[in-house]
Design a protein around this ligand. Structure first.
Ligand code: PXP
Length: 254
């Protein structure tokens, strides 16, 4: 009997940095919602946006408009704070991805401390779950983080691919292999635990192609690289190329 085909790999497009460019001038353009609509037209399966405490890119009204105007699932990335939980309960996105957040960081630097914040994260996960919002925990690809996610009852985890992508970008081959090994093991473990597995941070065409070959990973969330490429070839073409790279990698899944 032949093995079942791996599930389709979804592409979530993070549009935060369209808002970064807009905010650089303080006006209304470029509009992140327009980017979201265009990304969906070009093949994105969902849109991700991170409402940070300091509102450095996405703002409250962007999130509200995304919820109203896009036809595909909205993934609301946020810190585990009372303020954000309140906004999420009001917005009712398809999903919330809980991330650690430090004011001084340039981007989300590490995975969530699921063990340390266990009770609080569990309360938030349950509360949002009751409101019909799927909660995903952004974690390091580590077995203890997965066990903690399981004990919280999180339906989804997103594995932080930043260390792997940085090692690839710096040509640190041994480290890159080690980091990819951690991701492979963590994805398999998530699957065993019955937790849906997503991945993201720092992905480009090559790393997305490679991680697409892991059949347990069912969604990639990608932002910075796509928006950078879009400057040169346009957003629709960038999304099409990313989709092609992911499909090519998925074809290698065993
Ligand atoms: N997933 C999460 C949880 C993130 O915090 C980010 C960065 O905002 C991404 C994915 C996308 O990372 P990048 O912009 O490097 O593609």
């Amino acid at each position: 009997m032949s093995a079942a085909a791996p599930p389709r790999l979804r592409l979530g497009v993070n549009i935060d940095h369209v808002a970064t460019v807009r905010n650089a001038r303080g006006g209304a353009l470029p509009d992140p919602v327009r980017a979201a609509l265009l990304a969906i037209e070009a093949g994105a399966d969902g849109i991700t946006a991170h409402l940070r405490e300091d509102r450095r890119h996405i703002r409250d009204e962007d999130m509200a408009r995304l919820r109203r105007e896009i036809s595909k699932p909205l993934n609301f990335e946020m810190a585990a704070t009372d303020e954000m939980v309140g906004i999420a309960l009001h917005t009712r996105p398809h999903a919330c991805c809980l991330v650690p957040e430090k004011r001084s960081e340039r981007t989300t630097e590490g995975g969530l401390d699921v063990r340390g914040g266990h009770d609080r994260i569990k309360t938030i996960t349950t509360e949002l779950g009751r409101a019909g919002v799927r909660v995903s925990l952004f974690i390091e690809p580590a077995l203890d983080a997965l066990d903690a996610a399981r004990s919280i009852g999180a339906p989804v985890v997103e594995l932080h691919t930043g260390s792997w992508c940085d090692a690839v970008a710096h040509g640190e081959l041994d480290k890159a292999n080690r980091e990819f090994g951690r991701i492979r093991v963590a994805a398999a473990r998530a699957h065993e635990l019955g937790i849906e597995c997503h991945a993201g941070h720092g992905l480009d065409y090559d790393t997305a192609r490679k991680i697409a070959a892991l059949p347990q990973v069912v969604e990639l969330n990608i932002g910075h690289f796509l928006m950078g490429e879009a400057i040169f070839v346009g957003l629709p073409e960038t999304i099409r190329r990313m989709r092609a790279a992911m499909d090519e990698g998925r074809g290698q899944a065993s």
